[in-house]
Unconditional design. Sequence first.
Length: 430
Amino acid sequence: MCEHCASDPECRHPVCSAKGSSCSCSLQGPAQCPTCGHPCLDWWWGMGIVGAPDWVSDFLGGQGSESPGFERYPATRAQLLGAWKERMEDILSDGEVTLDDPRWLETHLPEGTYHDPGEVFLAVNPVLACPALDPSKWVVRLPVTALAAGSRLQVPQGAAAILVDRNGQPLEVFPAGEHVLSATTAPKAAAASRRPAPGTTRYSLAATPLFCYLGDLEGKVQHSARPPPIPPPMFSATVRFWIADPSKLAATPAVKVLESSTPQPQQLLSSVVQTKLQGLDAPTLGDHGKLETLLRSWLAEAGLGVRSIAFDAGGYGGMPASFAAGRPGSAPGAVGGMPPGMPPGIPPEALARMPPEARAMFEARMKAAMAAHAAATARAGSGAGTAPSGGAPGPSTGLPPGLVLCPNCRRPNPATFASCVACGRPLKGP
């Protein structure tokens, strides 16, 4: 089988003198290329049966199977069912194998004479539809890589269908309704497929249908940048959104997410915004108003509508009150599982997001400042010595020497730090 002709409209086989033009092995129809002698792909190559037990495709040779259970065409319905009955008896003879719905073919195959497997596929699967879609099952990919011309694509209300090629590139978008597939209704898919040979009326489109839900979805957007020595602002937001324009989405790289085996709405969001978030500065990342405007704009460019964006408490710029002011009556080190010797008011999740070396440096400097404050307090109480340079804690901050309050979020930081560990804003003015 010429692998190049499976996906390219022109023959690329190395021994074919017609390379660069349409030789027979690049067409749907002939059994063999008269120019290079290479076997041609059958017109039904890549087709299959949707919604049938696996044994049906195995028996008929779906999805390009090289060893189908039946090959004696042309065949009537009675001949096909008789051959299947014999094969089923052989399979079940050892008593260890069971078959799902062994009468499926008998129930779904109409009377008629069939000249090849492709005609059988089209007869038992004239309509390509998907099961019900909802937020928990918002993308369904049909297990075929080719669609028979003349088959009907049924797209349920509240959904859209996107045809993609073998490389996952979008070709066509179909709205809700029933669509008869052909070179006219799916011109991009036809252009990406092998062309029918002259005089051939049966052909297929090399494409896979993806059905996507157009109702409300929900996912998280998270981002944290980490230039040394302290990470600047991060944020986490819950976004309720929907696919407002499937055609626009299909034109963006984000559509590749739909090819995943079990795609999550969060993956779709991240694929749209993650790269753009990398270019934002710390003040913008800490400003939820600006962030929401940017997120809505980016998602709209990808064909996604936004119902709401809720920034989660606990990220920079939105700490819980218990961390913002400490817990009255709590000893240092007792707030939110902080390491011993650390003052209240430092959010533990801020430490958890730091690289190990930055966290170690931060904790060491904070503990040193707290220890110096404790020693100065002890000396002042005994009358021995004086407080270290910088004096005792001032009434304006109540912090030990060596610590400063962030002017934005009012959380303590080592005085040697340039930006706040909690909100990322500069600790000192320009």
